[in-house]
Design a protein around this ligand. Structure first.
Ligand SMILES: *Cc1c(COP(=O)(O)O)cnc(C)c1O
Length: 391
């Protein structure tokens, strides 16, 4: 049979056709009025997408570039920082903070879990200068409690900046950066905004801009103050990824169009879309006799434990070889133990139903699950969809 390749991966995610066309047409020099108009518009749209009044900076890098920029711009060697980690991306914060000479305290939870606020409270010191965390830990599917951590820092009157990797949290969680008091919120282009890899963006609070006046870790390409200054004039410090910026504009237009041109409402709808697809997927895999890997699962991706004794790579391989559906294995030590299905960005009802149908075929052929019958996963997903969309 014909097989259409489809990504169900938590970055890169499926591309929005309108964004692809915008990219192909982006034959623009970056020191022209045409580019300045585009850049200024996209930066303003990004504020609405992130949900903040703070300035947003775009960098030509994958998401990790913005993570590095927030460490290099906001810390000095010897600063005490706190990393909250429960997976691969949390570990990246620890490695980055150490690379820039910070004294790193770590609160960690096992893979698949999230940390308790009591542990965070106990680890927070008077001299803690920054707290780093994920909104959503993509390697395990967990959604962390950003609001709870922000409130804790506020209640304590902590001077620590709260720096959140929202790379898969944005577009899958209702985050309130300004209301909660998050200082840096980071996103990446190949996630919920439906365009290829290559851009990262971050919103930065006034408190964090002030902190940059005094910090002295080395930075050059990722100098946020330099980018901010240039952005005020509609430009970036160096040659930007012009085509990706054009694509981002088209994608944000599309998200706004979901709510009659209101980008803030469109973003909420995008989050609800991911939530519905995630709930359909969770119901389906459970009805097929498998378990969700993590506690407090987020809507970016669902991590699933295959039946006991089965290597999760079997599911990844078969979905690809039989149906050209690309999902992901576990990362690092989770390889072989879980498989992950993404929901963030440009996924709809039909994509979801199709993947669940294909998963049933894989279970039928290769996964020994007691009580399996064709349709069990689909029925469960259909019910969730009907319930959630009837309101
Ligand atoms: C994808 C992702 C990143 C960034 O990874 P890059 O490969 O640098 O884009 C960071 N954090 C999380 C939670 C992610 O999902």
């Amino acid at each position: 049979m014909i097989r259409k390749t489809r990504l169900f991966t938590p970055g890169p995610t499926p591309l929005l056709p309108a964004a692809q066309f915008a990219m192909a047409a982006a034959d623009v020099h970056h020191r022209t009025p045409e580019f300045r108009a585009l850049y200024t518009r996209v930066l303003a749209q990004l504020k609405e997408f992130v949900g903040t009044k703070n300035d947003v900076i775009i960098l030509s890098s994958s998401g990790t570039g913005a993570m590095e920029a927030s460490v290099s711009n906001l810390t000095s060697p010897g600063d005490r920082v706190l990393v909250l980690t429960a997976g691969k991306f949390g570990e990246r914060w620890t490695a980055l903070a150490k690379a820039f000479g910070c004294e790193v305290d770590v609160v960690s939870a096992p893979y698949g879990k999230t940390f308790s606020l009591d542990e965070v409270a106990a680890a927070l010191k008077l001299e803690t200068r920054a707290v780093f965390m994920q909104a959503n830990e993509t390697s395990t599917g967990v959604r962390h409690d950003v609001q709870g951590v922000a409130k804790l820092l506020k209640d304590r009157g902590s001077e620590a900046l709260l720096i959140v990797d929202g790379i898969t949290g944005l577009g899958t969680s209702h985050l309130d950066m300004d209301g909660w008091g998050v200082d840096v919120l980071i996103g990446g282009s190949q996630k919920a905004v439906m365009i290829p890899p290559g851009l990262s963006y971050l919103a930065v609070s006034d408190r964090a801009w002030d902190r940059m006046e005094a910090t002295y870790n080395p930075r050059y390409y990722f100098d946020l103050r330099k980018e901010r200054k240039n952005a005020k004039n509609g430009e970036s410090a160096y040659t930007p990824a012009v085509a990706l910026i054009a694509a981002l504009g088209a994608a944000l237009d599309y998200i706004a169009a979901q709510a009659d041109g209101n980008l803030v409402e469109g973003r909420k709808k995008l989050v609800d879309n991911a939530e519905t697809i995630a709930a359909m997927t969770r119901a389906a895999v459970e009805a097929l006799g498998m378990k969700i890997f993590c506690e407090s699962p987020g809507a970016a991706a669902t991590a699933v434990l295959p039946p006991a004794g089965v290597d999760s790579g079997v599911v990844v391989k078969e979905l690809k070889s039989r149906f050209a559906a690309i999902i992901t294995n576990g990362q690092g030590e989770m390889k072989g133990q879980i498989f992950r299905i993404a929901h963030l960005g440009f996924f709809d009802y039909l994509d979801t139903i199709a993947l669940i149908g294909a998963l049933e075929q894989v279970v039928a052929k290769s996964l020994p699950t007691p009580g399996f019958a064709f349709g069990n996963g689909l029925i469960a997903a259909q019910k969730v969809y009907a319930e959630r969309t009837s309101k």
